[in-house]
Design a protein around this ligand. Structure first.
Ligand code: LIP
Length: 272
């Protein structure tokens, strides 16, 4: 198989493609967007911008890296011109925080991560409205607009500002609401901002102390998870599992255990 480029080179491609995609998303938002379709439930929406932006990203990656695999939220695994295995795979969320995007709330982003041999080695999250751009390479640190990111050093869960999110299914939301109702008296406060990729970057730069959510897809968390890890956060699931659809926890080393244990007690990975 072909050799893979260094993470920095892959990151430069991701940044360039994400900037063009975010410009398109912003232009389409200004022009006006509406719901084009729904997915898992009537509130799990897709706009024409989600689709157009993912096509733009996939087309650009095809031109630049034709032998690579691409996995996107809206169109899944993109067609490749070859059956040869790909060492490099791009993981794309064209607009993370789609409901925020639909309503014009400025907490939504283009998220592009890139794996080599199954490990995420670079990622970019670019806020569509503000242009805030978070990047990371494996072992190379996490950055926002040239500033190195360091996560919170909070050690007391009772003083922690914790970000979370909720799914689209009513039964899952009811279970998640029960969990957060039990947790909220035991932490400083809860924030629900609506875009996992940005939430992970906000925690990476210490503007919140920790994050957890059940129900994330790999494209929601791939780039933001690398940014968070490179900023010093521990990233994991419950009971020794890797981060995945059942649970993603991102917390500083001193908080990871206490938050993990509380979420396990509350069966936060359970429910529908
Ligand atoms: C969103 C996530 C968010 C979650 C929302 C939704 P989408 O992704 O980023 O954290 O709470 O329910 O899943 O659907 O906007 O790509």
């Amino acid at each position: 198989m072909d050799s893979a480029p260094p993470p920095r080179e892959l990151l430069e491609i991701a940044i360039d493609v994400a900037r063009g995609a975010a410009d398109t998303a912003y232009r389409m938002r200004v022009e006006g967007v509406s719901v084009a379709a729904t997915k898992s439930t009537a509130t799990d929406v897709v706009t024409a911008a989600d689709r157009a932006v993912e096509r733009q990203i996939t087309d650009a990656l095809r031109r630049l890296r034709p032998a690579d695999a691409v996995l996107g939220e809206e169109y899944g695994a993109a067609e490749r011109g070859t059956e040869a295995p790909a060492r490099v795979r791009w993981i794309v969320d064209p607009i993370d925080g789609t409901v925020n995007y639909l309503y014009g709330l400025p907490h939504c982003a283009v998220s592009i991560a890139v794996e080599v041999d199954g490990e995420v080695v670079a990622g970019v999250v670019r806020n569509i409205h503000t242009g805030d751009e978070w990047t990371a390479t494996l072992g190379g640190g996490a950055w926002r607009d040239g500033q190195r990111l360091r996560c919170s050093t909070e050690t007391d869960l009772g003083q922690a500002l914790v970000i979370t999110g909720f799914g689209y299914d009513a039964g899952r939301r009811a279970h998640q609401a029960r969990v957060v109702a039990e947790l909220i008296p035991q932490v400083r406060d809860i924030r629900r901002l609506g875009a996992a990729a940005v939430d992970l970057c906000v925690v990476a730069e210490g503007r919140a102390d920790a994050y957890y959510e059940k129900g994330l897809a790999v494209w929601d968390r791939a780039a933001g998870g690398l940014v968070a890890a490179e900023a010093g956060l521990l990233i994991g699931g419950l009971k020794g599992l890797a981060p995945g659809p059942d649970m993603v926890i991102a917390a500083p080393p001193a908080l990871f255990g206490p938050l993990h244990d509380r979420l396990a007690e509350l069966d936060a990975a359970g429910g529908p």
